[in-house]
Ligand binder design. Structure first.
Ligand SMILES: [Zn+2]
Length: 94
């Protein structure tokens, strides 16, 4: 075991990052550094109550973005509302 380059926790010898930091790296690859940074900045630069409110707001924003993507999609889904409801339920669990 060696030291993770991001969090200074322990990491496998053959990797630069620990498992959690590798996940963060994958999120950055998927969503871009700017987006991940903006979300972290928006959520974590607040006290606990405001953090919880911000998390709910970010989730709501995520749902609205998904709804917009679905409504702009050229593919017509017969069960579009079911898909939206399923997404909302998944986000509520988080
Ligand atoms: Zn780490």
């Amino acid at each position: 075991m060696s030291t993770c380059y991001l969090c200074n926790g322990s990491r496998p010898y053959f990797q630069y990052y620990c498992e959690k930091c590798n996940l963060i790296k994958r999120m950055i690859s998927l969503h871009t550094l700017d987006r991940v940074y903006k979300i972290l900045e928006n959520v974590l630069m607040r006290d606990t109550t405001k953090q919880n409110n911000k998390v709910k707001l970010e989730i709501k924003k995520e749902i609205e973005d998904q709804q917009l993507k679905l409504s702009n999609s050229t593919i017509l889904y017969d069960n579009k509302n079911d898909v939206l409801e399923e997404l909302k339920q998944k986000l509520k669990k988080k």
